[in-house]
Design a protein. Structure first.
Length: 411
């Protein structure tokens, strides 16, 4: 080999890395939006639930209703997103969701009235839907710029929820004060974190929109491209709806289950930290699966693993089992969300991505509306462990349905 050939070969990996890094950095910054929409606006509530339930005298069904209210708002946001997307860009809707979400989180720390809290959770859900769906469209656009890294880009975006979970697990325990309504201060801390994350995420969304302006124009020009109708991917939608019911039961009540089992606050905090960290690294674990599986197989595999992760703490109450469950759950659940965006990207023309992602988000939101109240009702009557068993069964059903979904377009 000549010296010139050897020099070219040695520089090839460096050049490839240099080309990948800007895209991956943008995906990582954009992922702070998913940290806001889910990590803070929804999942942090699980850490606050025991304190709020005790202070306000709620039943588990009432406590679950708070996440149902959030999911209702999320559903409303998902329903109107395609209409809003005709007038405003995905980046504008993304930014328009980040700012109010931070303000609404602060507002939640200003009241102890249950009805007011329910209302705030509904509005927060609507604003976070704009963040999550707008970010999903931007992530799909960014993934198309580097098809060889598409699965990794999507995984990075959705896995960013883990940063919100990690930050929440650090902030919430130290900001719940031993005072009347001491949980108020935790909401203020979460609102401040939302504002910091929003600044970085909005900057990334603007850079993506500028970089892909030409692609967006081309997509608009081909808006008449026919797309598969929803009955053609009904199995994937149904499997994802059951995912929404099953996973939210775990995320709403797992902390309460561990505390009821006698685990210390330090163990529970460690569990939540581990879950969040596993969520962050999940992008690398499942990127190849998202790239290769064009039908519902990826969602089926991930739903099955989530069913196992949910069942473990319901059957065994040892801390090490909880950590195994949290690691497996964290490394899997946001990749299930990413798998639906990958499905849309594989099977629908770019002009229909917003509609496709919104369709999956709508059934997801329906599942999340049903999940907390139903699992909470079961938990009130038969205990939290029984509630998680039902969640696991629903996730297993979702896996079976998703496995029936075939790809709609050839590779």
């Amino acid at each position: 080999m000549s010296s010139r050939s050897a020099d070219t070969a040695s520089h090839a990996p460096t050049t490839t890395t240099a080309q990948r890094l800007p895209t991956l950095r943008l995906a990582a910054a954009l992922s702070l939006g998913s940290a806001i929409a889910l990590g803070f606006a929804r999942f942090a509530y699980a850490l606050l639930l025991p304190s709020m339930k005790l202070d306000l005298g709620w039943s588990f069904a009432q406590a679950g209703a708070m996440n149902t209210a959030n999911a209702l708002g999320y559903l409303l946001g998902a329903l109107v997103f395609p209409r809003l997307a005709r007038r405003w860009s995905a980046g504008a809707l993304f930014a328009g969701g980040c700012v109010p979400t931070a303000l609404l989180m602060a507002g939640t720390g200003l009241t102890a009235d249950t009805h007011a809290l329910l209302t705030l959770r509904v509005i927060t859900g609507a604003s976070s839907a704009a963040v999550f769906i707008g970010g999903g469209v931007l992530a799909a656009r960014l993934a198309s710029a580097r098809p060889r890294d598409a699965g990794l880009v999507l995984g990075l975006y959705y896995g960013g929820t883990g940063w919100g979970i990690v930050a929440s697990s650090v902030l919430v325990p130290v900001t719940i004060l031993n005072a009347a309504h001491g949980w108020h201060f935790a909401w203020f801390a979460l609102a401040a974190a939302c504002a910091l994350f929003a600044a970085a995420a909005i900057g990334a969304s603007r850079r993506i929109e500028r970089a892909h302006m030409g692609a967006a124009a081309a997509t608009h020009a081909t808006g008449a491209t026919p797309a598969p109708r929803w009955p053609q991917f009904a199995a994937a939608l149904a499997g994802y709806g059951l995912f929404g019911v099953g996973y939210i039961g775990y995320m709403t009540f797992i902390v309460a289950l561990l505390r009821n089992a006698g685990m210390s606050a330090a163990v529970v905090t460690g569990f939540y930290l581990l879950l969040g960290a596993a969520t962050v690294v999940s992008a690398r674990i499942w990127s190849t699966l998202l790239d290769r599986m064009r039908g519902g197989q990826a969602l089926a595999v991930l739903n099955a693993l989530l069913a196992l992760a949910t069942l473990l703490p319901a059957l065994f109450t040892q801390p090490w089992v909880a950590f195994v469950s949290g690691t497996l759950f964290g490394a899997t659940f946001l990749s299930a969300v990413a798998s639906t965006t990958a499905f849309v990207r594989h099977n629908l023309p770019a002009s229909h991505w917003a509609k496709g992602i919104s369709a999956f988000t709508i059934v997801f939101a329906f599942g999340q509306i049903v999940g907390p109240v139903v699992i909470g009702w079961v938990s009130d009557g038969a205990g939290l462990a029984r509630g998680l068993v039902y969640s696991a069964l629903l996730l297993a059903g979702g896996a079976a349905l998703a496995a029936c979904q075939r790809a709609l377009r050839a590779a």
